[in-house]
Design a protein around this ligand. Structure first.
Ligand code: F6R
Length: 261
């Protein structure tokens, strides 16, 4: 796992956007795994800006959602498909029919989850999966206690996550859906490159647990320790509780030129 500590959130977004650009430039049919929430937004804005300048095309790419709420009306503005369309896909040339998400309106949700894992496999797997981290250490919506081998499935959000996400629902916690479909931890681990971005002091404790704590279902983000190609991009406040922060900085500053992120 590589830890990249940037001076601020803006620099973190530059690193994250750079990884996506690298995948778009080098893969003939790249598959991007997209997270929602606040953490990746600045990187999405950079990607949109590069596209508007004419420097970047997504025409040959596909994108898959990391997770989705269950129980919102189709087209609800806070549904994650709507969120990703609004924050990224509507502003770039990714063909809209190549944005995929789990069918959370299916009668048979368990079957829809199986179909979603199959769809990801049929696309050839995810080239780069963007991740944020919850204050309770979740990735995707795999809450503490999630099986480390889990597949895409329905999960129940914790009180803490619903409280955290109330800001997207005009601070009405009771309007945050209780249920979600999320790629499982086993599904996420199959992506070729995991890039987790976290900024701000509120992320310092979960980042320290995920990066330097034990591999445990109590901190689902600790699965990054199992992945052969995982990059954690944090600003200084989010890095504040990392014991080996100086080592991570030194390693990054002295990275051989041939070695990419
Ligand atoms: C979003 C997701 C969540 C968020 C996490 C952090 O698709 O899967 O795991 O990444 O809750 O959210 P923010 O970035 O809003 O702090």
């Amino acid at each position: 796992m590589e830890i990249v500590i940037t001076p601020d959130a803006d620099a973190a977004s530059e690193v994250v956007a750079g990884v996506i650009v690298g995948v778009l430039d080098t893969r003939p049919a790249p598959v991007l795994g997209l997270a929602t929430g606040s953490s990746p937004l600045a990187a999405y804005r950079r990607l949109i800006a590069a596209h508007v300048r004419g420097d970047l095309s997504f025409a040959h790419a596909s994108a898959v959602l990391l997770d989705e709420y269950v129980g919102l009306t189709p087209g609800h503005p806070e549904a994650y498909r709507a969120f990703i369309s609004r924050e990224l896909v509507d502003h770039i040339d990714l063909p809209p029919e190549r944005l995929f998400g789990p069918d959370v309106h299916a009668d048979d949700l368990a079957e829809a989850c199986r179909r979603y894992d199959q769809l990801i496999a049929d696309l050839g797997g995810v080239d780069v999966q963007l991740l944020g981290i919850g204050s309770d250490g979740h990735v995707g919506f795999n809450e503490p206690g999630s099986s480390l081998a889990s597949r895409t499935r329905i999960k129940t959000l914790t009180r803490a996550t619903r409280a955290d996400n109330a800001r997207f629902f005009e601070d009405h916690e009771q309007e945050v859906p209780r249920h979600v479909v999320t790629q499982g931890l086993g599904t996420i681990l199959e992506a070729r490159h995991l890039v987790l971005v976290a900024c701000g002091a509120g992320k310092a404790a979960p980042i320290a647990h995920a990066v330097e704590g034990p591999l445990t279902a109590m901190c689902p983000a600790s699965i990054l320790q199992l992945h052969p190609h995982a990059t954690v991009v944090v600003d200084e406040p989010a890095a504040a509780e990392l014991k080996l922060a100086d080592y991570y900085r030194e390693a990054f500053e002295n990275k051989p030129r041939w070695q990419q992120l």
